[in-house]
Design a protein around this ligand. Structure first.
Ligand SMILES: *[C@@H]1O[C@H](CO)[C@@H](O)[C@H](O)[C@H]1NC(C)=O
Ligand SMILES: *[C@@H]1O[C@H](CO)[C@@H](O)[C@H](O)[C@H]1NC(C)=O
Ligand SMILES: *[C@@H]1O[C@H](CO)[C@@H](O)[C@H](O)[C@H]1NC(C)=O
Ligand SMILES: *[C@@H]1O[C@H](CO)[C@@H](O)[C@H](O)[C@H]1NC(C)=O
Ligand SMILES: *[C@@H]1O[C@H](CO)[C@@H](O)[C@H](O)[C@H]1NC(C)=O
Length: 523
């Protein structure tokens, strides 16, 4: 009798909790007990188990095992909340393709917006790449399956609309397409279907993101057979031909204006939400060998279309992509991609490294990476918080952290005060970090602080930056998109899944590189 009643109660509780799972965009704005025992008393922001969108035994084990290594109770709580955030909240749907039951699909939302970005979804899973098994795992409830599902769905998206950055749920999911008020006024060439596409901003790093998640999965799991099974090779061709089309300059050799393969305008009061010259963007020069990007990874428009960090990311991931292609006997495409990677690197060295005054009032110069160039001689010296950024160049695999050009660039983009710094480096009593036009001056991005740590070799810099991140969650125990450098109560985006995962990934990386830091107090 008693046992029956208990069973009934348990069943009832489960049904109850599934039907009453909170909306995380509201849940993440409130503090939930229990609170960590440090001075920040950070809340526990993970959803109840029954409401989580994916369960991973290995991630739970990692979270538990780190409890003894991280001595600061607030830092541990932030790690515990953030590492699983994508798995807990953003795996919106998993299934298989309507016409092939072997083709897994994973639809991952960016967090507070119900659509899948190519860049975000690749990065959201990137946080878990070190936990992938080192041999093929064909089970369907595994991290490997999540990766395969995202690669397959991204391949479909690239074959549908290769210039677009953000997409609707697949019809197989039965989830209705989200409406995007901002996109309603867009005039975009080539045209696209709003039932399939959420937004169509052409960003080179979206193409690179597909190569990144594909090659990460391949290099760790050694599952090359997967890449022969579905649309992957076709999607690589689509990404390659889109990137090559976007090398089209503004004028031909006689000065005639060429048709651009992509144009975009939007009715907006923000200049960074539309393109100059009726959707063309600012002119770019001929025979430069770089690829244009209409928008940045912040989804803001570029000033000069040769966006160097995105070219770095694409150039880097072409190399391991060619390795997969050779392994599956696609040697012609593999060779084309390998050669393209080499020429792109040469073009970045020739046109992306610029000479700038090295001090405010001297006449000496130094060479650094520009953020954007136009090939005519103009360059933009800044960095933006979103990845790919110049700060993240070693993380993207493009260069190593001791590259002297990178180090000079790094010194400049982590400084705003010397007259030769980064116009988007924010300073203040709360947090000092790169920001960007997306959230505007004054707003520092914790994501840039995380990247700073991931690319730093200096223990003091790592500790100081970590302390600032921990102190700037406004008591909510999650990583926000941006935080006002003078007032921690002013922040944007309570549910930015990628930034949370990246924080967890960074702590796990510190465990291997500088474990002593995790034994420190950040109170
Ligand atoms: C995760 O596990 C919990 C039980 O701990 C279960 O209630 C929930 O349905 C699982 N979630 C998924 C997506 O399988
Ligand atoms: C399955 O459908 C997709 C479109 O969703 C199509 O591109 C693909 O070629 C189809 N595959 C097969 C095996 O018919
Ligand atoms: C590639 O070609 C070689 C030699 O013809 C063959 O042994 C191998 O099985 C092929 N691999 C794939 C993945 O088709
Ligand atoms: C510029 O550099 C030269 C040496 O390279 C030096 O003689 C000269 O005084 C410098 N001028 C200024 C304004 O600093
Ligand atoms: C900080 O920001 C919050 C939220 O916008 C505001 O209520 C508060 O007055 C600000 N504090 C200061 C000192 O400006």
């Amino acid at each position: 009798m008693k046992i029956l009643a208990l069973t009934f109660l348990l069943l009832f509780a489960q049904v109850q909790s599934q039907s009453s799972c909170p909306d995380y965009s509201e849940y993440s704005k409130a503090r939930h007990p229990p609170y960590s025992s440090g001075t920040y008393a950070l809340p526990y922001q993970r959803l109840p188990p029954a409401c989580r969108t994916f369960n991973s035994t290995i991630i739970e084990e990692v979270i538990n095992s780190m409890s003894t290594l991280i001595h600061d109770p607030d830092l541990y709580r932030l790690f515990e909340n953030t590492l699983p955030n994508t798995l807990d909240t953003a795996i919106r749907w998993r299934g298989v393709a309507a016409n092939n039951s072997a083709e897994e699909l994973t639809f991952i939302i960016t967090g507070d917006i119900n659509a899948m970005w190519l860049r975000d979804s690749a990065n959201q899973l990137q946080s878990y790449h070190v936990f992938l098994p080192t041999s093929p795992d064909t089970t369907t409830d595994s991290l490997s399956s999540l990766f395969r599902g995202v690669i397959n769905l991204q391949a479909r998206y690239l074959l549908t609309s290769p210039f677009c950055n953000s997409f609707q749920p697949p019809p197989e999911s039965g989830i209705p397409p989200a409406t995007n008020g901002a996109s309603a006024s867009d005039t975009v060439f080539p045209p696209y279907d709003l039932q399939k596409v959420f937004e169509c901003k052409y960003e080179l790093d979206s193409l690179a993101a597909f190569l990144q998640i594909s090659t990460t999965y391949a290099s760790i799991t050694h599952d090359t057979a997967f890449f022969t099974k579905f649309q992957w090779v076709h999607a690589v061709r689509a990404a390659l031909s889109t990137a090559k089309a976007m090398m089209t300059p503004t004028y031909d050799a006689n000065g005639a204006v060429l048709n651009s393969p992509y144009t975009f305008t939007r009715l907006t009061t923000r200049t960074t939400e539309t393109l100059a010259n009726d959707g063309l963007g600012h002119p770019v020069a001929r025979d430069i060998g770089l690829i244009r990007s209409a928008f940045r990874p912040s989804d803001d428009s570029t000033t000069f279309q040769f966006l160097i960090p995105a070219n770095m990311m694409f150039a880097h991931y072409l190399q391991p992509t060619s390795d997969i292609l050779f392994a599956i006997n696609e040697t012609v495409l593999g060779q084309e991609i390998r050669d393209f990677g080499t020429s792109l690197r040469d073009a970045i060295t020739t046109h992306g490294i610029v000479s700038v005054p090295s001090a405010k009032d001297g006449n000496e110069t130094e060479t650094i990476y520009a953020y954007e160039v136009d090939g005519f001689g103009s360059s933009l010296i800044m960095d933006d918080a979103n990845v790919p950024s110049l700060l993240s160049a070693p993380l993207l695999g493009y260069t190593n952290p001791s590259d002297p050009v990178y180090l000079r660039t790094r010194n400049r983009i982590l400084d705003s005060d010397s007259g030769n710094g980064n116009p988007y480096f924010m300073r203040g009593p709360v947090i000092n970090a790169v920001g960007g036009p997306h959230a505007g001056p004054g707003m520092a991005w914790p994501m840039a602080s995380i990247v700073r740590i991931l690319t730093s070799q200096d223990d003091d810099e790592i500790s100081k930056t970590l302390k600032e991140i921990l102190a700037s969650t406004c008591g909510l125990g999650l990583i926000h998109e941006s935080v006002n450098a003078f007032n921690a109560s002013r922040w944007t985006r309570q549910w930015f899944s990628w930034a949370n995962g990246l924080f967890g990934q960074m702590i796990y990386d510190i465990k291997d590189r500088n474990p002593g830091i995790l034994a420190q107090s950040f109170q």
